[in-house]
Write a protein that binds this ligand. Structure first.
Ligand code: AMP
Length: 412
C-alpha cells in the first residue's frame, strides 16, 4: 500500500506519540517518547456510553479520576484528556497519534498513515473483526476531531503474522473460501510477540533476523507464536482470536462437531454458542469459579479446589502442546519467552508448562522462576537448559516507535 507524504516532519528527539487503544466502551491511552519508551502520561476511560463513564489519568506519581459529562462517549473522554494535556503543557510535545487496530487482514503488514481510504479499508475489514475494528475506528474518528492537525497512524495486531507461509495460514477448508471470502488464519497479539522477540534478540546479543524463538503471550487472551529468523512463521490464534490454546473465557481449539451438537440436540442458538465459546469457557468454564489466574491459583493452593486445579492443568498442558508443536516450524531454537499478565507473573503456570517441555531441553531454575515476576525480566532456566525468558511486554512502546518511524520515513 502506498503511503501519502505526511504534512509534518518528525524531529528525531523530544516528541511524543499519543498511543490509543480504543474498545467499544473504553479508551486506553499513553503518551510515550518513542526513542526511550518513557511514559509521560497514561490512563483509561471506561464504562463509556453509560452514566458511570469515568476517565482516570496517571502522570508521575499522581492518579486522578473524572466523571465524564453527557453524552459519555469517546469524544467526551478525549475532551477531558485534551484539557488535561493542555493544563500539563504536554500538547505541544505530541507529534502524532498511534492507534492499535486489531485487524489489518492481508492489506496491512506495516504501520500505515490513516487517510480516508485507509479508514474505509479498516471499516471493510470489520467483517473479520466485528467487535474490534469498528471500536478502533471510533477512536480514530474521535482523535481526528480532537487533534485535527496531527497525523494518525494505524498499527495492526495482525501485521507481524503476515509473514506466515501459506502452509501455516490455510485452513483445511475448500480453498475458494480463502480466495473469495478471506477465510484464513491471521493471528493476533502481533505487536506483543514482536516486542518480546526484539527484547530476546537484545539478550542474545544478535540481530532479531538471526533469532529463532517461541513466545507465549499469556494474559486474558493467550497465543503462542513461532519466530524464525525474526519473522512470525506460525501462531496459535487464527481468523479470530478464538483459535488456539485455552484462555481466560475462550475455549480455544474445539471440535466443530460440538457446535452442531449444541445447536441440533441441546437447543443452543448461534448467539448462545458465540457467548459460550468466547465468554463462558476457558479457565472460567472449566473451573466454574473465575477466569482470573490469581483467583484460581489461590483456590487450588490454599483451598484445595480441584476444579481450579483442573482448569489450570488443562490450560498449561494445551500451551505446552502448542509450544512443542512448533518444533515442526524450526531447525534451530534460541529460547522460549513468557509474557502477558500470566506469563510475566505466574510461577506456577510457568513451572507447569516447562516441566512438560523436557524433550525440547527446557528446564526451569525454581529460584529464578520464583523471583522473576511483577515487572522483572530475565532468564529463568537452569544453566543446562535452553534459555527461557520472562519479558514484560510493552505494546504501547512498539506503537509509538513504529508511528514515529513511519512519519520520519514519510518526511524524508
Ligand atoms: P493481561 O490480559 O495480560 O492483563 O493478563 C491478565 C491475567 O494475568 C489474569 O488472568 C490475571 O489473573 C493474571 N495475573 C496477573 N497478575 C498475576 C499474578 N501475580 N499471578 C498470577 N496471575 C496473574
Amino acid at each position: 500500500m502506498t503511503q501519502q507524504k505526511s504534512q509534518s516532519a518528525v524531529p528525531a528527539n523530544s516528541n511524543a506519540i499519543l498511543v490509543i487503544n480504543c474498545g467499544s466502551s473504553s479508551v486506553k491511552f499513553s503518551l510515550i517518547k518513542p526513542q526511550s519508551g518513557e511514559t509521560l502520561l497514561s490512563g483509561l476511560a471506561e464504562c463509556l456510553l453509560s452514566n458511570d463513564a469515568i476517565i482516570t489519568i496517571k502522570q508521575g506519581g499522581n492518579k486522578k479520576s473524572y466523571k465524564l459529562a453527557a453524552p459519555f462517549d469517546h469524544q467526551s473522554a478525549l475532551a477531558v484528556l485534551v484539557a488535561q494535556l493542555q493544563q500539563l503543557h504536554l500538547v505541544k510535545d505530541i507529534c502524532a497519534i498511534g492507534h492499535r487496530v486489531v485487524h489489518g487482514g492481508e492489506t496491512y503488514s506495516q504501520p500505515t498513515l490513516i487517510t480516508e481510504q485507509v479508514a474505509q479499508t479498516i471499516a471493510q475489514l470489520a467483517k473479520l473483526a466485528p467487535l474490534h475494528n469498528p471500536a478502533n475506528l471510533i477512536g480514530i474518528k474521535a482523535c481526528q476531531q480532537a487533534f485535527k492537525k496531527l497525523p494518525q497512524v494505524a498499527v495492526f495486531d495482525t501485521a507481524f503474522h503476515q509473514s506466515m507461509p501459506e502452509k501455516a495460514f490455510i485452513y483445511g477448508l475448500p480453498y475458494s473460501l480463502y480466495q473469495e471470502h478471506d477465510i484464513r488464519r491471521y493471528g493476533f497479539h502481533g505487536t506483543s510477540h514482536y516486542f518480546v522477540a526484539k527484547q530476546a534478540a537484545k539478550l542474545l546479543n544478535k540481530p532479531l533476523a538471526q533469532c529463532n524463538l517461541i513466545s507465549a503471550h499469556l494474559g486474558n487472551g493467550c497465543s503462542v507464536t513461532v519466530i524464525k529468523h525474526g519473522k512470525s512463521v506460525d501462531t496459535s490464534m487464527g481468523m479470530t482470536p478464538g483459535e488456539g490454546v485455552m484462555m481466560g473465557t475462550r475455549c480455544g481449539d474445539l471440535d466443530a462437531g460440538i457446535i452442531f451438537h449444541l445447536v441440533e440436540n441441546l437447543g443452543y442458538s448461534i448467539n448462545d454458542v458465540d457467548k459460550l465459546v468466547n465468554k463462558e469457557s476457558g479457565l472460567l468454564g472449566v473451573s466454574g469459579l473465575s477466569n482470573d489466574c490469581r483467583t484460581l491459583e489461590n483456590a487450588m493452593l490454599y483451598e484445595n479446589n480441584s476444579q481450579a486445579k483442573l482448569a489450570l492443568t488443562v490450560f498449561c498442558y494445551r500451551i505446552a502442546k502448542s509450544i512443542a508443536s512448533y518444533s515442526a516450524s524450526l531447525t534451530q531454537l534460541d529460547g522460549l519467552i513468557f509474557t502477558g499478565g500470566i506469563g510475566e507473573n505466574s510461577t506456577w503456570v510457568r513451572a507447569e508448562i516447562v516441566k512438560q517441555l523436557g524433550l525440547l531441553n527446557f528446564y526451569l531454575d525454581a529460584d529464578k522462576n520464583q523471583t522473576t515476576r511483577f515487572g522483572a525480566s530475565g532468564n529463568i532456566a537452569t544453566k543446562d537448559s535452553r534459555p527461557c525468558w520472562v519479558i514484560a511486554t510493552n505494546e504501547e512502546w512498539v506503537i509509538a516507535e513504529q508511528s514515529a518511524q513511519l512519519l520520519t520515513n514519510l518526511a524524508q
